[in-house]
Design a protein around this ligand. Structure first.
Ligand SMILES: [Zn+2]
Length: 145
């Protein structure tokens, strides 16, 4: 029997990892940076994806809004595992092999991950990049049971 690593982490852990990476100090509104956020249930198709609404500007958003994961064809667990393997210093070729994803996709993903997970102004994403690099190996390891 072959164990596929993609099945070892579930969506709940993946979304939790994304939340901890993008909002280390608590959820912030992506449009006005307010901390007055209320939860608005979960996504209809991705049941672990939390939705929110900002009490100050009424913007609705979810865990993946404004991140590089939104709208990408790879599922979130592939991204989180990619982060984990970057933390382990695996090469793109090794990551492609482990995840059974083609190399050009892995190259694109690791480039984006290293630039930061939130699409923001250059100054912000630079700060985010530092945070992510500091936290990614720790968090990613936590995501693996
Ligand atoms: Zn707001």
């Amino acid at each position: 029997m072959q164990v596929n690593i993609k099945h070892l982490i579930d969506d709940v852990q993946c979304y939790q990892t994304v939340r901890e990476l993008r909002w280390p100090e608590g959820i912030l509104c992506p449009s006005c940076q307010s901390k007055h956020i209320i939860k608005r249930g979960f996504d209809d198709t991705e049941l672990a994806r939390q939705r929110y609404e900002c009490k100050d500007c009424e913007t609705r958003f979810d865990d993946l809004t404004d991140t590089i994961f939104a709208g990408h064809h790879q599922p979130l667990n592939v991204w989180v595992l990619c982060l984990y393997f970057i933390g382990l210093n695996l090469s793109n070729e090794q990551i492609a092999q482990e995840l059974d994803v083609n190399l050009s996709d892995v190259q694109q993903m690791t480039t984006q991950l290293r630039a930061g997970i939130v699409k923001k102004s250059p100054k912000k994403s630079c700060l985010m990049k530092l945070n992510v690099m500091k936290r990614m190996s720790l968090l990613a390891i936590k995501a693996i049971p």
